[in-house]
Design a protein around this ligand. Structure first.
Ligand SMILES: *Cc1c(COP(=O)(O)O)cnc(C)c1O
Length: 301
């Protein structure tokens, strides 16, 4: 089922004479929402075709990709292994809502140090994992590979032809690559990285050869999963005014960026902007536990 794009009505948009619409990919599926569903789709078909019975992948403690893989495994009868960054979690993972949910969906964990985690693309490390877990279908961290990008290309359809800009949050760059491939020739794709660092540009170029995309790098709020009071308040206000929930790691930062750019006059009059809601709402619970510890305001649920 596919929901129609929804128009956002907020005073800054009216003032700048632009229109902003949101594509509710977060409503695709209650458990595997947004782009993680898109990224898994063709990979699961491939695993089934190869008759592999187990998926193995990598992720951090609050990863939407880990959550989605665990659920998809359960749904399609594949066992799942999550190689998780942070060996300290071996004793405390039951307090982590993302991991607990993944466990309940049947995922088996292997907790590794940050150092070891960096070996995630090394053939020797993968071989070691094969001797430990047997044959598996490997999904890279964040699920980004050519089949994932093919799935993300399906986010944009003919009905989206009338937009001038397509905005999307960026993690590993798989989703923006799919959007770049699928965009119409007059459209510009703006990516909002959720993390710091300039390695992304290069990664994306590998998968997105067109020159229709651009990264807007000043809305990462200090780095991956970093948030401040300003962002939390923005997400809560946005929900109050539009009834649309945003996640604090990706879509909240993107939307903050879009509206800030609208205020600063980045978009010319009459621009039609489409923002993709890539999901990620499962991460709110875990983030609220961190915010509580830091005495910061909580995200409304
Ligand atoms: C993973 C994720 C992204 C980033 O997707 P990439 O393909 O890794 O760039 C954006 N938004 C949400 C909600 C995500 O979970």
């Amino acid at each position: 089922m596919k929901a129609e794009n929804q128009e956002i009505h907020l005073p800054p948009l009216k003032k700048a004479k632009v229109s902003l619409w949101i594509k509710r990919e977060d409503l695709l599926h209650p458990q595997i929402s947004g782009n993680k569903y898109r990224k898994l789709k063709y990979n699961i078909l491939e695993a089934q075709k190869k008759r592999v019975k187990r998926l193995l992948t990598f992720g951090g403690a609050f990863s939407n990709h880990i959550a989605a893989t665990a659920y998809a495994g359960k749904l399609y009868g594949l066992s799942t292994v999550g190689v998780i960054r942070g060996e300290e979690l071996a004793s405390s993972w039951r307090e982590n809502p993302t991991l607990m949910q993944a466990y309940e969906n049947g995922m088996e964990f292997k907790f590794v140090s940050r150092q070891q985690f960096r070996l995630k693309n090394e053939p020797e490390f993968i071989e070691k994992l094969k001797s430990e877990f047997g044959a598996f279908y490997l999904l890279p961290e964040g699920g980004t590979n050519p089949l994932a990008i093919k799935g993300c290309e399906e986010i944009i359809s003919d009905a989206d032809r009338d937009y001038d800009y397509i905005c999307v949050a960026v993690g590993t760059g798989g989703t923006i690559s799919g959007m770049s491939n699928a965009a119409f020739s007059h459209q510009k794709v703006l990516g909002f990285p959720a993390l710091k660092g300039n390695f992304l540009q290069e990664d994306i170029c590998k998968f997105a050869p067109r020159e229709n995309w651009k990264l807007i790098e000043n809305y990462h709020f200090g780095g991956y999963a970093k948030v401040d009071e300003n962002l939390v308040n923005f997400i809560n206000d946005f929900k109050k005014e539009t009834e649309i929930p945003l996640d604090p790691i990706y879509t909240g930062k993107m939307m903050y960026g879009i509206l800030d750019m609208v205020n600063k006059g980045f978009f010319r009059e009459n621009s039609r902007i489409l923002a993709v809601h890539t999901g990620g709402l499962q991460g709110i619970k875990g983030m609220n536990e961190n915010l509580k510890k830091k005495n910061l305001p909580l995200l409304c649920v």
